[in-house]
Design a protein around this ligand. Structure first.
Ligand code: ADP
Length: 386
């Protein structure tokens, strides 16, 4: 028995996780990988990226040979982003590579139209939507929805790029002009939401799932600015419904690793799915310091098919504030001493990126008993980097 147990442990010790993409999400997997005794290797897009420390290769994730060479030395492949093309993912799977999440699941995070169609089949609550191939079809949708709608490019959007609120078809004429024949844009009703929420679930290949508490996300200019965990003033039913939506999507789409479900809460307490991410997500950064198992550790445990950890909060409230853009003058590093000195209760995370307007360059986590205090400290600490 003892011998077997040790062999088991050795097997895990040797497990090599390959992450495609060298951004901050890959960077934040490095410390938990070390703690878990996993080897982590990153395929970065360029030199000097956030996850440089673990970058074993630099190259283009859209090139099959580059990706093949990278995965030859790893046991499990996962991602920092969802942009690796389907044909590459399918080639890897056909060659016997363990890819998590796999292409069958990932397609629903890669294409918002494919996602909407599948969620409709699963009976998950979502905004009214349609695939529109022409300005005529968009006009018909506008006419049926008080003359307003949200138009989205199905692929490649992030941080609000590829999302436009429109009152007239002319406002997305450029998108229609650029649309390949036969393709469509996604149009959705403009949801009169009172706030945005996010539900995260971790799922192992063997099916075990762990749900995090539903959180409130605050967006500014289409970019996540703050997260409060758990979501304040959330009725018990809402918490249950959010968890049920998250677990049914994770199971229904066969997601492995972390799943984030972005949600709208309406004034009549309905919740509707906005979009999905199948990787650690900005809405879960609070869990690094505020939950028993942070999302980066949990993602690694899930993709390596190790038992999942508890997602229970460590404190009544956790708040995450993004550091967006960084200082207008000087470097992020110059602000560190003052921020740390003034706010010893704040956990400051940086991504090793150069400041640029609007760019996510770091975040601050604070946890505690009183929400007002926690929000105050998190904002004050983050403000040192403005
Ligand atoms: P991205 O993929 O760029 O993150 P999202 O689909 O999440 O784009 O949309 C970005 C933001 O636009 C959302 O966080 C929300 O504030 C707003 N939004 C998106 N869809 C709708 C909708 N149907 N109704 C109202 N607001 C929306």
């Amino acid at each position: 028995m003892q011998e077997n147990g040790r062999d088991e442990w050795r097997r895990h010790m040797a497990l090599r996780v390959g992450v495609i993409g060298g951004g901050q999400l890959a960077r934040m997997m490095i410390a938990p990988a070390v703690e878990l005794g996993l080897e982590i290797r990153v395929l970065a897009e360029a030199e000097g990226m956030s996850a440089q420390l673990a970058a074993s290769a630099v190259g283009d994730y859209r090139d099959l040979e580059t990706v093949r060479a990278f995965v030859a030395d790893v046991d499990v492949v996962t991602f920092d982003h969802e942009h690796v093309p389907q044909d590459i993912l399918r080639a890897l799977v056909d060659e016997g590579v363990s890819v998590h999440p796999g292409p069958d699941a990932l397609q629903f995070a890669q294409d918002k139209l494919v996602m909407r169609a599948r969620l409709a089949e699963l009976g998950v609550p979502q905004p009214e939507w349609a695939a529109v191939h022409s300005t005529g079809e968009l006009q018909a949708f506008l006419d049926a929805h008080d003359g307003r709608a949200v138009v989205k490019t199905p692929r490649g959007g992030y941080d609000g790029k590829g999302v436009r609120v429109v009152r007239a078809v002319a406002e997305v004429q450029d998108w229609f002009d650029a649309l390949p024949d036969g393709d469509a844009l996604l149009v959705e009703e403009l949801v009169p939401f009172v706030r945005e929420l996010a539900q995260q679930v971790a799922r192992r290949p063997s099916g075990q799932m762990v749900a995090y508490p539903v959180v409130e996300t605050v967006q500014r200019d289409g970019v996540c600015a703050e997260v409060i965990a758990p979501a304040p003033r959330a009725a018990e039913r809402l918490v249950e419904v959010a968890e049920e939506i998250g677990t049914s999507i994770a199971e229904g789409l066969g997601v492995t690793g972390m799943l984030a479900v972005e949600l709208f809460e309406t004034d009549d307490e309905r919740i509707l799915v906005n979009e999905l991410a199948m990787r650690p997500h900005n809405s879960g950064h609070w869990s690094q310091d505020g939950a028993v198992t942070g999302q980066f550790e949990q993602h690694l445990r899930a993709v390596a098919d190790l038992p999942l950890g508890s997602a229970a909060p460590r404190a009544p409230w956790s708040v995450m504030v993004n550091i967006l853009g960084g200082p207008a003058e000087g470097t992020l590093g110059e602000r560190f001493d003052a921020a740390m000195e003034a706010h010893p209760d704040a956990k400051i995370h940086t991504y090793g990126k150069d400041p640029r307007p609007g760019r996510k360059v770091g975040h601050v986590n604070v946890a505690g008993d009183e929400l007002d205090d926690v929000v105050y400290v998190a904002r004050a600490a983050a403000a040192h980097f403005d």
